[in-house]
Design a protein around this ligand. Structure first.
Ligand SMILES: C[S@@+](CC[C@H](N)C(=O)[O-])C[C@H]1O[C@@H](n2cnc3c(N)ncnc32)[C@H](O)[C@@H]1O
Length: 298
């Protein structure tokens, strides 16, 4: 998710490519705990971003797609529908509970050309990418790259499993609408203090992706071209309680989990007081977020 509202921004300035080493188990644990509610709280941001990613990648009938960090399938299912039974889609994710949700849904929708694996896309020793002979036509990586320890290596690895002319399509969250930053500021004092403490407590916050960094990663990995797109996504929270449920359903829960339990009610109250200024006359909370997309051609 966006480092959506409550997670304080963490940067690794000076080290934009190599993020601090993080334990994959912590990231898997985070998404395993989020899996029950992830993308199930009536906010359509992730499915919309997933559909847009597949559209920007121009996934076509009969193609073979790898979805890296597939989560609960925001781009995996649109890709499966786009390729049809003559193609294939392979989803890989670190978090078993996320993959289990994909498996249940895939069985319900009868999609035998969709397969999933619990695996680390950064682990070079796993033959888990299961590239077809000649390579994948498309690798999608929706809202994944900021969780990777070595995005530079991941870009090279993704390129290596693509056929010549194949596409790597990735997405990342950009800024929220003005005003939402106040929620971050209001909650920051309740979380870990120093940058080191935050980086230990809150995985997936750095390096902050930018179009420039994505271009550089793509160039250095040997991609021939990069197309960039920016989309404005909207959602509406019914009230602050809805927002609270949503924020716990996303990766932002890492921030809330880092707040000492006895301080959590005060942290929530501080967030809700900042949210009051964002309320529409009917009491709802309109939310706007930028989603960025890049399509890198091998
Ligand atoms: C923010 S979610 C995005 C999920 C999905 N692509 C979407 O757009 O909704 C990031 C996902 O990447 C997975 N992930 C993070 N690091 C990973 C890694 N090294 N290998 C495989 N999956 C990873 C997480 O478990 C999580 O499901």
């Amino acid at each position: 998710m966006p480092s959506p509202t409550p997670a304080p921004p963490v940067t690794s300035r000076g080290k934009p490519v190599e993020a601090p080493d993080r334990d994959g188990d912590r990231i898997a644990g985070l998404f395993d705990r989020a899996a029950a509610t992830y993308d199930r709280v009536g906010i359509d941001l992730l499915p919309t971003a997933g559909r847009l990613l597949v559209a920007h990648a121009r996934v076509d009938e009969g193609e073979h797609v790898l979805d890296a960090g597939c989560g609960t399938g925001a781009s995996l299912f649109p890709a499966a529908r786009a390729v049809g039974p003559r193609g294939s889609v392979t989803g890989i994710d670190l978090a078993p509970a996320m993959v289990e949700r994909v498996r249940q849904q895939s069985a319900e929708h009868r999609l035998p050309w969709l397969r999933t694996y619990v695996a680390d896309v950064e682990d070079p020793h796993r033959a888990a990418l299961h590239a077809p002979a000649g390579g994948f036509d498309v690798v999608t990586a929706g809202m994944l790259v900021s969780f990777l320890r070595r995005p530079d290596r991941a870009f090279r690895r993704f390129r290596s499993v693509l056929r010549p002319g194949g596409r790597l399509a990735l997405s990342w969250w950009g800024p929220e609408a003005p005003g939402w930053g106040r929620v971050v500021e209001a909650t920051r004092p309740f979380g870990p203090g120093t940058r080191e403490e935050i980086e230990t407590a809150v995985p997936g916050q750095s390096p902050p992706l930018t179009p420039e960094l994505v271009r550089r990663l793509a160039d250095e990995a040997g991609f021939a071209s990069v197309e960039l797109y920016e989309e404005r996504l909207e959602a509406t929270f019914r009230d602050t309680g809805h927002w609270w449920t949503w924020t716990w359903s996303t990766a932002a829960r890492a921030f809330w989990e880092s707040v000492p339990p006895d301080r959590l009610p005060a942290a929530r109250a501080a967030a809700e007081s900042a949210l009051a200024a964002l309320r529409a006359p009917d009491g709802t909370l309109p939310y706007v977020l930028t989603a960025n997309f890049a399509v890198c051609r091998r």
